[in-house]
Design a protein around this ligand. Structure first.
Ligand SMILES: [Mg+2]
Length: 278
């Protein structure tokens, strides 16, 4: 379940955002840096709360926070929605209610059993330990074999009756294929909506901002949504169409600014942050 029915009168209090191409300033973009400073200050003063929702693994999120001087968010949804961390007394702690939820939804079929079911597939290699999670088994392969391997894995998971799905993507930097095996239906959108319905805030308090296809599901969940100007081709149309079909066009803000500037603009549009007066 990735969608809910919004209550438009509830004011936004939290920004949930993708990192790369969205909250992280684009290289050499000064207005992005200024926008980040505004968001940083409003977070510091307690005016807004933050959730990062990213495909990055946890250590890589922490590295991004240090490298780009990002605010330390209240929540981190990482590993494509397969793990949630909460900031408690200045430390990030794995959010155990979500672990328990995933454990239940996988019927206790664990990663060792998944790995076992996928042994002996040619050209399929496990990624290093830092890319692995209790509920995410990550492989790499050559780009040429990617689609064939995704099909093979799906077939093996189905045959073994395992409640897991696999997702393939190309890594343009490494020039290889990446395959994640996750509990069925798990995504950033799923984790965010689950969190927003199981902690002390509601989905109606959340604004979601993103820039690419992997943000699509969260952008159309029903949260107030910001698509930044540097988004991938076709994303705006696709999000717009889906929200229109649900009668939720007013939940979308299409930013004129790129990345961080677009996020700030959208937060001001939705009244989460005040527009600059000076
Ligand atoms: Mg992105």
């Amino acid at each position: 379940m990735n969608e809910y029915n919004p209550q438009p009168k509830i004011p936004a209090t939290m920004l949930a955002t993708d990192l790369d191409g969205t909250l992280i300033p684009l290289p050499g973009n000064d207005s992005n840096k200024e926008a980040l400073a505004r968001i940083f200050d409003d977070h510091e003063s307690g005016a807004i709360k933050l959730i990062y929702a990213t495909g990055r693994h946890f250590e890589s999120v922490i590295e991004a926070i240090e490298t780009y001087t990002l605010p330390r968010p209240e929540w981190i949804i990482c590993d494509v929605g397969s793990a949630i961390f909460k900031l408690i007394e200045d430390e990030y702690t794995r959010y155990m209610p979500y672990e328990a939820h995933l454990l239940e939804s996988t019927g206790s079929v664990n990663r060792e059993q998944v790995e076992e079911a996928l042994t002996g597939i040619d050209d399929l290699a496990l990624q290093p330990p830092e890319y692995q999670q209790r509920f995410k088994v990550s492989y790499k392969c050559t780009t040429e074999t990617l689609s064939k391997l995704v099909a093979t894995i799906e077939e093996r998971l189905t045959t073994a009756n395992m409640p897991y799905d696999c997702m393939g993507s190309e890594d343009p930097f490494m020039g290889c294929g990446l395959i994640d095996v996750l509990p069925r239906n798990i995504s950033k959108a799923y984790a965010l909506l689950w969190l927003a319905t199981h902690d002390d805030f509601s989905p109606d308090e959340v604004i979601y901002s993103g820039d690419s296809e992997n943000d699509y599901a969260a952008l159309v969940s029903g949260f107030r949504a910001i698509v930044v100007a540097n988004c991938s081709d076709g994303l705006v149309d696709k999000v717009q169409q889906k929200l229109k079909a649900r009668g939720l066009e007013e939940r979308l803000y299409i930013a004129k600014g790129k990345a961080t500037s677009g996020v700030l603009e959208g937060c001001q549009h939705f009244g989460l942050m005040k527009a600059m007066t000076s």
